[in-house]
Ligand binder design. Structure first.
Ligand SMILES: [Zn+2]
Length: 314
């Protein structure tokens, strides 16, 4: 075992897919994606064993796994790291995944929300490198937001990341599952973008929409993207006023289309002279790997430590 190169594993546990990366000295040396539902068959013990096998099979020969980080969609109870997402992640919710995975692998395991792990990914390896005040906004099924100050995530009194997807921005808007109306994520998530694209093209295929936009000359689609950009921009400006970030990185499935909705977004950020601070909005550099790559540095990072977590970190 001595002399083996130590590597970290990052897991992005999403509702559909589970992405795993092995990182050695800041470089991704192996990666794999597996359907989360398939990993979730059987008892919790069987699910954990399957996840552990997925990791260990990816570790290159001559290397040794030193730690594991997991970014999970949905509420994560901190500092225990128990996922509470029965709606979209039922297979890994409601039991002590971190402790069971640690017992299976014999290395420290830390779990956090996927908004936080995506932010760590962009801060350490992506479009957020070198920015002391960094906001990462994930436009996915919902909207996840994490604010890093000198690389450390801002947390609320329960240890959670800011729940900014539920900023109630649209008066009289649709009722959100959270109970409020007009939440930002009801008008600006990737799902909302897909609905706008479907309205114009009759399909929710964002990659196809991107090709059409790249070729130009599709005014109705361009108008739909501009409208989406304004909805994204409303929330981005609230975050800008609240956190005064130096940079905002847009992650998630809508991120590749930022060049086509940036104009609408930026229109919402225009301020009178003397108001507002210099801030830029850019696309993710890591794409759909941000969460997994960020999870690989989770166990190394500053974290609200309780006796239980300290024990888990070994
Ligand atoms: Zn809501």
């Amino acid at each position: 075992m001595d002399g083996a190169e130590l590597v970290a594993a990052g897991i992005d546990l999403g509702a559909t897919g589970c992405r795993v990366v092995i990182v050695s000295a800041g470089v991704v040396v192996a990666k794999r994606t597996a359907p989360t539902k398939e990993l979730g068959a059987g008892t919790p013990g069987e699910r954990v064993a399957r996840l552990a096998a997925l990791l260990t099979n990816l570790v290159p020969r001559g290397s040794r796994l030193a730690r594991v980080g997991v970014g999970a969609s949905g509420p994560v109870e901190l500092p225990l790291g128990i996922i509470h997402n029965p709606d979209t992640l039922p297979w890994f919710s409601g039991f002590d995944l971190a402790t069971m995975l640690r017992a299976e692998l014999g290395v420290p395991v830390v779990i956090d929300n996927d908004a936080v792990t995506a932010a760590f990914g962009e801060y350490h390896y992506g479009a957020g490198r070198g920015f002391r005040r960094l906001l990462v906004v994930t436009l996915g099924t919902g909207i996840g937001v994490a604010f890093l100050l000198d690389g450390r995530p801002f947390r609320d009194r329960d240890g959670q990341h800011p729940e900014c997807g539920h900023l109630p921005l649209q008066p009289g808007g649709d009722r959100c599952y959270c109970g409020l109306t007009g939440c930002w994520e009801t008008i600006a998530s990737r799902i909302s973008l897909e609905a706008r694209v479907e309205h114009v093209l009759g399909t929710r295929d964002l990659a196809g929409a991107e090709r059409l936009l790249r070729d130009g000359a599709h005014p109705a689609l361009e108008a739909a993207l501009a409208d989406y950009g304004r909805s994204v921009g409303r929330g981005v400006e609230v975050l800008n006023v609240s956190y005064s970030p130096e940079r905002i990185v847009i992650c998630g499935g809508a991120s590749p289309l930022l060049p086509y909705f940036a104009e609408g977004l930026e229109a919402e950020l225009l301020r009178a002279p003397g108001f507002g601070s210099k801030m830029e909005v850019v696309s993710s550099a890591l794409g759909d790997m941000a969460g997994a790559v960020g999870a690989s540095v989770l166990a190394e990072n500053e974290y609200p430590v309780s006796e239980r977590l300290a024990q888990n970190l070994g």
